[in-house]
Design a protein around this ligand. Structure first.
Ligand code: RP5
Length: 162
């Protein structure tokens, strides 16, 4: 049975402490008018919540899951194993500068993929932009906004370094 919702993306993160990174993902989606849900869900602290959220996401119109986690960052991988929705992983900066988070997220054995972005803020923003690019194929309004964004983005790059 379908659940009523106008969210296209689900952002999950292992801890409230990840929000200072994942807020950039949410802010970027907002710029493109992409409705999304944001939840603190941990693969090891709240596994039932993870199953429930992904189960409900599939019954809503959610098309993409973005998971941010740090340290032994298995959230994106576990999420990808539960749902058939595409999952992007954002490695959160950690005590090991995010290298642990990056390797935990990116090194998925073949069979269950996680599209892994860069560590920290850049990855958080890019996860949103990648989601936007995928959504743009189907959603015309998002496509238009992406084209405008790209045009303006190029203009922001200075021609000279001084
Ligand atoms: C991970 O542990 C979370 O994703 C977070 O990045 C990290 C630390 O969590 P807290 O101790 O700050 O709650 O599960």
């Amino acid at each position: 049975m379908k659940i009523k919702s106008n969210s296209l993306v689900g952002i999950i993160m292992g801890s409230k402490s990840d929000w200072s990174t994942m807020i950039h993902c949410s802010e970027t989606l907002k710029k493109f008018g992409v409705n999304h849900e944001v939840r603190v869900i941990s693969a090891h602290r709240t596994p039932k919540r993870l199953h429930k959220f992904l189960n409900e996401s599939e019954k809503k119109n959610i098309e993409i899951i973005i998971a941010g986690a740090g340290g032994a960052a298995h959230l994106a991988g576990v999420a990808a194993s539960i749902t058939t929705l595409p999952v992007f992983g954002v490695p959160i900066e950690s005590k090991l500068k995010g290298l642990d988070s990056l390797l935990s997220t990116v090194q998925m054995p073949s069979g269950i993929p996680v599209g892994t972005l860069a560590i920290g803020k850049a990855g958080s923003i890019n996860a949103a932009l990648l989601a936007v690019a995928i959504l743009a194929k189907k959603h015309k309004k998002i496509h238009k906004k992406l084209e405008i964004y790209r045009k303006n983005f190029e203009k922001k790059v200075p021609k000279k370094p001084f």
